[in-house]
Ligand binder design. Sequence first.
Ligand code: ZN
Length: 145
Amino acid sequence: MDLAAALDRAPTGERPRFDVAAGALVGGRCADCGTTAWPARAVCHRCGGADVRLGAFARSGTLVSCTRVMVPRPGLETPYVLGQVRLDDGPVVFGQILGLDDSEAVPCPVTVRVSAARYWFTPDSEPGRPEDDAGLHAPTDERQT
Ligand SMILES: [Zn+2]
């Protein structure tokens, strides 16, 4: 695909970011160099290649850093935890971490969670993991601005 064709793609804000049925984040992977991005970009940010293919990333990753936030935001009760997760086959994604115990050592394995309009991560040590969501309270679907 040449650059002119890439410019005809839907803008970033209109490309899918989630596959709710698969419970995964959808992003882009450069066919030329393999670089991944979430959300997907029209053109690779590493090599400038225009052949960026959409696809769902793995639901597994590693929480590489996090912080406990005490400043309230709409839809989030304080304290809440934000962190960076390196997806097993994708980029580093910033998001909310639910169910992280204070005793959890970071880095630690986490699983991606997706609803219609939001995503978050839960540590694999969370009781009932990985497929049982009982006891977890998903964030509201209020979009961040
Ligand atoms: Zn590339």
